[in-house]
Design a protein. Structure first.
Length: 214
């Protein structure tokens, strides 16, 4: 009798604020928006790199785009939250290699994979499966699907969440969609006030100016 394999779960991450500040110094450098990034977002970035290997520069690339410091890529454009508790705040996706599988799945949709397999493996093309057919199938499922989503500006990843105030962006946190809006808001309310004492007021004001969903 063999033991059932136990799924690997990342161990709890342990770090000090001194480590986070060193991390901020290395990756933040002389970014002109550095003083508009919360301590929380640096903790998030530190954790994402340590736990999932997400390169902080991939996150900063999306912030550079928002700041007009880099050309727009094919990642989904920034949008404003329309519902409480995040109403008034904005989110911008960042893309990393670990999101490729999700984007392929979204790009193929419900029946996309079956359709491609039928087209490529059509017996009228060849009575046997050839190496060329396998290579074409792999290309169409992966490269072609990602290229199409990129061309449509639909590449998706996780969220950089920020506030707009007086024409400037204040970057608060980067979180997965699955965390839930209330949990994200609670973290912002708990941790970002020390960096931006008026943040909750800014959010409330922005929410009051956000048009209701029609």
């Amino acid at each position: 009798m063999t033991d059932t394999p136990v799924p690997k779960v990342p161990p709890p991450l342990s770090f000090t604020m001194e480590e986070v500040m060193r991390f901020r110094l290395v990756y933040g450098g002389r970014k002109p928006y550095l003083d508009r990034m919360s301590t929380l977002i640096w903790v998030d970035m530190f954790a994402l790199e340590a736990t999932y290997g997400i390169n902080p520069f991939e996150i900063l690339q999306s912030i550079d785009e928002l700041e007009g410091l880099a050309p727009d890529t094919n990642i989904k454009p920034a949008t404003q939250f329309k519902f409480a508790p995040l109403k008034g705040l904005w989110h911008k996706h960042f893309f990393a290699a670990r999101f490729i599988a999700r984007n392929i799945s979204l790009g193929l949709g419900k029946n996309g994979l079956e359709k491609i397999v039928r087209e490529v493996m059509d017996p009228s093309r060849s009575p046997v499966i050839t190496e060329e057919m396998v290579a074409e199938l792999a290309h169409r499922v992966t490269n072609e699907t990602l290229e199409r989503r990129a061309a449509d500006g639909k590449l998706t990843g996780e969220w950089i969440i920020y506030a707009e105030h007086m024409g400037l962006n204040y970057y608060l946190t980067c979180k997965p969609h699955s965390m839930g809006d209330q949990a994200i808001f609670d973290e912002i309310a708990r941790h970002c006030v020390s960096d931006f004492p008026e943040i909750l007021k800014w959010i409330e004001e922005a929410a009051s100016q956000t048009p209701p969903m029609g």
